[in-house]
Design a protein around this ligand. Structure first.
Ligand code: HCA
Ligand code: CU
Length: 409
């Protein structure tokens, strides 16, 4: 039970590492089919220090399309450059649908029409904080303007998502009214963003439940990460019936960004056993592409795609991973395009030391392996170096493990 073999199917690879965690993770409500809208080219470019060239945007779009996201979001109204890129994306014939993100204004909708967009996403704030302090308009004006914009877009044959910006900080009664009116005016989807990342998972569950009581229009979630809860909130919203999650590669975006593509995709796949039609093995490559274009790293400790995601260090961990990686890996690194690494140094135990000496071609006796590991500890060197485990090295790890079987416990 619970060990890995090379013949595992993808479903097995995704679920086996869960062990009995699955019994806690099961959702009491039925989980719908979830789609992914990636906003690296819109929300992502709102991240400080991030600005792509048109070529880079198209390359990112191409990769995300290949990976299998359902929607690609870009804002054609922020610059001429973005408008050109939006046009090019629409002409490329991606499988993913390109959505033009804009304000709830007829003049913005005209830009999307000029680009040849079929899907748009328009936003208007709904919280009193935003209405009073950002826009200086009344609730009535906000609603009236928004309905007019929806009608204008529908009259031009567009499909549209309406974003009720700052949903989570708005008055629940007004949010219900706004959502109802917008859906009645013809919105095809609505987005309930947690624009400031103010919600807890329970709060998100309640907000989505509240709106599901007044409309059947499908709900998008856009979860900001100001408290580090963007992934948890997205999962809670899905449990409450939301059907589309907004992501960016590595979660980049305004301030500290939104839900990361790799994290939500892997959580859905492992926790809910969702069969998303995506190429999981491209996740690390997508992160590497982003890092190349931004010029900075998303960080070694990024879940799934970071260098630390599959780095094993403590002696007991390394020994167990050598025996069977399932001991400390939820899913195999290959599955997400990452690599398994083992760190050698003062925390290495005798198994690690035996492996290390084998790799150097030394064929140690048990006694030598033990002495070597003791030596590493005595030297207090910290991390000495690491190895990325290729298939060859893994064979040597198995041999080292055989040697260790002689150790009396
Ligand atoms: C913004 C707005 C937005 C919109 C989200 C959405 C937000 O950055 O100006 O369209 O679903 O966080 O509310 O990104
Ligand atoms: Cu946002």
């Amino acid at each position: 039970m619970g060990s890995r073999s090379s013949e595992e199917s993808l479903e097995e690879s995704l679920s086996i590492g869960q062990g009995k965690a699955q019994s806690y993770n099961q959702s009491p409500t039925e989980i719908q089919e979830i789609s992914i809208l990636d906003s690296t080219l819109r929300e992502g470019e709102q991240g400080a220090g991030i600005s792509f060239t048109t070529r880079q945007r198209l390359q990112i779009a191409w990769m995300l399309d290949n990976f299998g996201v359902d929607f690609l979001e870009i804002s054609p109204i922020v610059s001429k450059d973005h408008e050109e890129c939006c046009k090019k994306m629409l002409r490329t014939g991606f499988n993913s649908i390109t959505v033009a993100h804009l304000r709830a204004l007829p003049s913005d909708i005209d830009v999307a029409l000029r680009c040849g967009a079929e899907w748009i996403a328009m936003y208007h704030s709904v919280s009193d904080i935003h209405l009073e302090h950002k826009l200086r308009v009344s609730r009535e004006t906000a609603l009236e303007r928004s309905i007019k914009a929806v009608e204008y877009a529908k009259a031009h044959g567009l499909k549209l998502r309406f974003t009720l910006e700052d949903s989570s900080r708005s008055d629940p009664e007004f949010l219900k009214l706004f959502a109802t009116e917008i859906c009645n005016a013809g919105a095809d989807r609505i987005s309930l963003p947690d624009t400031l990342g103010a919600l807890s998972p329970e709060g998100m569950y309640q907000m989505v439940t509240l709106i599901r009581e007044v409309t059947k229009t499908p709900i998008d979630l856009h979860c900001h990460n100001d408290l580090g809860l963007s992934l948890a909130n997205a999962l809670a919203g899905i449990r409450a019936g939301a059907t589309q999650i907004h992501t960016t590669i590595d979660g980049v975006g305004e301030r500290v960004g939104i839900t990361s593509l790799a994290e939500i995709v892997m959580s859905l796949s492992t926790i809910f056993g969702n069969k998303l039609n995506v190429k999981l093995e491209m996740l690390s490559e997508l992160s590497a592409l982003l890092n190349r274009y931004t010029g900075f790293s998303s960080g070694a400790s990024k879940p799934i795609v970071g260098e630390n995601a599959y780095r094993h260090k403590a002696g007991t961990h390394v020994a167990a991973v050598i025996r069977n990686p399932i001991a400390y890996e939820l899913v195999p690194p290959k599955l997400v395009g990452n690599h398994r690494r083992v760190v050698f140094g003062e925390l290495s135990g005798k198994n690690g030391a035996a492996f290390f000496l084998k790799v150097l071609g030394l064929n140690p006796s048990l006694d030598e392996a033990i002495k070597f590991s003791q030596g590493l500890k005595n030297m207090r060197v910290g991390d000495l170096f690491e190895l990325t485990l290729t298939d060859d090295l893994e064979a040597q790890a198995v041999e080292a493990d055989e040697l260790m079987k002689e150790v009396k416990r």
